[in-house]
Design a protein around this ligand. Sequence first.
Ligand code: ADP
Ligand code: MG
Length: 465
Amino acid sequence: MSTANNLKFDALDLSKELLTNLASLNYHQMTLIQAQSLPLILEGLDVIAQSKTGSGKTAAFGLGVLQKLNVKRFRVQSLILCPTRELADQVSKELRRLARTVHNIKILTLCGGTAFGPQVGSLEHGAHIIVGTPGRVEEHLRKGKLDLQNLSTFVLDEADRMLDMGFSETIDAILKYVPSVRQTLLFSATFPREIEAMTSKIMHAPQRVENTETHSEDSIQQYVCRLEDEEDRITALRLILLEIEPESTLVFCNTRKQVQEVANELVAANFSALALHGELEQKSRDEILVRFSNKSASILVATDVAARGLDIDELDLVINHQIAPEQEVHIHRVGRTGRAGNKGQAFTLCTKREQFKLDKLEAFLNTSLEQRELANPELLSKPTFYPTMATLQVDGGRKQKVRPGDIVGALTGKDGIAATEVGKINVFERCTYVAVTQTKAKAALKKLSEGKLKGRSFRVRRIRG
Ligand code: ADP
Ligand code: MG
């Protein structure tokens, strides 16, 4: 696997239409985990693949699934299970991108948190590939709405996370509806013992590939800030933020309670910060992730569980507000920055009482983290920085057939704003979020509220911190 030639997609047994599309997506070569797993997957073997978040696991199983698919046979041929709705949405999105050149392919997402009835309707129209969360998929099977008798590939994505969330029994229940002759693929960032037990139960002679290398040293600069005691923590966090003024920062805390406290403190100090933890309603979670990824919120404070697997590129800075409970978790946290060829920075706050944890971490990393002095506390009286973008929410989505193009059209028409002032657009089932530059938010709000989309007017509001 070491020569560059082996990383070329066209060395694989992939159809011409898939290869053409990969080139148009600028996927010029395979990532390591793709190079390790795809040849085995294309041979039809059961594969266990372990690698860190952001290493391209979706395309690894996605290309396997697409290559094997017979579009003319209008039956469910692949089932991909994901732990959460947003991960399922990400997988569907990536699959659709990979399948752009495959005509008439039907990929259906089945997740909880949305109405059951319309999903039954979609299933009646048929699908080739189902992407879903275990609970909802099991419900469709139990109620006889989903037929998996023709399934040939079964994929478990983020398997460790699904087990963490207690989906083991649900997955067992789903397997009762799945043919025993099939290909099973399992993807995971970590490989705890429960997974090993599960693989021996549900997989046939699995091939295991792993790529646990950490990021190249020069893409992420890691620092440690030493603190006297607990009281200094939030001040240190504020000083780091004020000194660097990063566009996007992910702050990790070890508990849900700390997440909420830190976010509150930051907001009280006038930062644009949001809290992400497992207890939020799906709708609030979606909104928070949208606002952070479209750069209308600068700081996301999160627990490890809540942030796992989320594909947020272009993070400038990761801060470990507390040292991670395990060394592997630290590596995952820090690996969120410095992705896709960008440079990143990671700071770890460490009080005297945590010294032993730092020692353990440094021993694990086999290096000592560079120590960084905090900026002068005078900086605290400096005004905070603001995000460049603002988010508008339109109360119409896929259901109302709203598409990103319609929004851009409505915003940039007569007396509108320039297309360059429009940022990310996220269309959901019943609402759409549009990022526009902060300075044009008022004009954009007016334009959208007064104009028409799909021949009708929609309610539009600006989401404020
Ligand atoms: P993982 O599931 O391992 O966390 P993803 O599948 O979400 O990672 O991929 C991370 C990002 O890398 C995605 O934005 C994806 O589009 C991109 N990507 C995947 N494979 C390639 C490739 N071969 N070349 C370039 N970009 C890729
Ligand atoms: Mg993934």
